[in-house]
Ligand binder design. Structure first.
Ligand SMILES: Nc1ncnc2c1ncn2[C@@H]1O[C@H](COP(=O)(O)OP(=O)(O)OP(=O)(O)O)[C@@H](O)[C@H]1O
Ligand SMILES: [Mg+2]
Length: 352
């Protein structure tokens, strides 16, 4: 079982993520934009792209100013490796060139439990890391499910956001590396005891945003998973966030709780004079169930400005990814969950 750190992509998988034709891979390799490795699969050696190879590809695209049309243009800048010489035509006509995330600090939120917050947070941060962003994931739930989903099993021995907010540990000292481009502030059961001491602190709601601000320039994206409650800790993250991703399971009780969630967010916006971008993500959708269709219809009707275009279907690949503590890409790169997470990731990264 490969962990996310060791994940490798086939040329076909890479082409689908990079949105290029597979036939363009050799040209990318020869220009030094993409590095491939040889991996032994049984008796055969196959060309593969490592996680770092994929990240480097996206970073070169982002950091290099060149026109995408190979017919008419030449590159105008050399990339960091010097492999793409100035004046050389670039063969990536169709390249998908994602810029930096629109909202750097984001959170997944819902006071209702079990809607899929931790699952989607983990999948989202891993998918964003695949695109070469420097990502920090923060686990704000004492259950530590984001921590486990990112394959960290010794979270009980590590510093958490409790130590940062209550014991004044510098946030940097609570950060651990999970994989290339992906860091984590883990959580453990001790975090469940944070509410009383946090309540007694001065500027309690600002402590988290002030701590995050100190390290924010080291990352392109900072994403928190929260606990299923209207807690002070979650309130602090609402104060720190620019984008709130509310995960709503497409069932009646989850839909019922949405008005409370939205009014909690509005109250905080008023109290802290902030304007938050909110996305409601319909999760566990099953188009064979009338109730699922009804709830999705209601979400779109009642929250037309907030409901995400992307819907995450109920799919066993996500359960499997949770069990294997890896990305759905590793479970089934052609499956519905991988496709859903692709479009969700792009929507949340580049939302207008
Ligand atoms: N789209 C989906 N399809 C299938 N299973 C899913 C989907 N989304 C989440 N799950 C599964 O639902 C379960 C609960 O998900 P998760 O732990 O992410 O919810 P949560 O909102 O974080 O819960 P809590 O409120 O307790 O923190 C997990 O077993 C997860 O694998
Ligand atoms: Mg959770």
């Amino acid at each position: 079982m490969a962990s996310f750190r060791d994940i490798c992509f086939t040329p076909a998988e890479f082409a689908s993520i990079a949105k290029i034709d597979r036939s363009e891979i050799s040209a990318l390799e020869s220009r030094g934009i993409l590095k491939t490795i040889k991996k032994r699969m049984g008796n055969v050696e196959r060309k593969m792209i490592s996680l770092e190879g994929m990240q480097e590809y996206f970073r070169i695209l982002r950091d290099t100013e060149f026109d995408m049309n190979p017919e008419t243009t030449t590159s105008t800048l050399e990339n960091g490796t010097g492999a793409l010489a100035a004046g050389q035509p670039v063969a990536v006509a169709t390249a998908f060139k994602p810029g930096l995330p629109k909202h750097k600090i984001q959170m997944f939120y819902n006071v209702k439990g079990g809607t899929g917050k931790s699952t989607l947070t983990a999948q989202y941060v891993m998918r964003a890391a695949m695109m070469g962003y420097r990502v920090l994931a923060i686990d704000l739930d004492g259950q530590g499910h984001l921590t486990v989903n990112l394959d960290i099993l010794d979270g009980h021995e590590r510093a958490t956001i409790y130590d940062v907010l209550i014991n004044d540990l510098p946030l940097q000292d609570a950060v651990m590396n999970v994989a290339p481009g992906l860091d984590l502030i883990p959580a453990n059961l001790g975090l469940c005891n944070i509410e009383i001491p946090l309540n007694n602190k001065t500027r309690r709601e600002y402590r988290l945003s002030e701590a995050i601000a100190k390290i924010a320039d080291q990352y392109d994206l900072i994403v928190a998973d929260t606990n299923p409650a209207a807690s002070i800790l979650n309130g602090s993250m609402l104060v720190a966030s620019e984008l709130v991703n509310v995960v709503c399971a497409t069932n009646p009780l989850s839909f019922h709780g949405m008005s409370l969630v939205m009014s909690t967010i509005e109250e905080l916006e008023r109290e802290f004079r902030r304007q938050l971008e909110v996305r409601i993500i319909p999760n566990m959708y099953d188009n064979r169930e009338v109730i699922s269709q009804e709830v999705l219809g209601e979400l779109r009707a009642q929250f037309p400005d907030h409901c995400s275009k992307s819907v995450v279907n109920r799919c066993v690949d996500l359960n499997e990814a949770t069990k294997r503590r890896t990305t759905v890409w590793d479970v089934n790169s052609k499956g519905m969950a991988a496709q859903d997470l692709n479009s969700l990731t792009e929507e949340l990264l580049f939302i207008n």
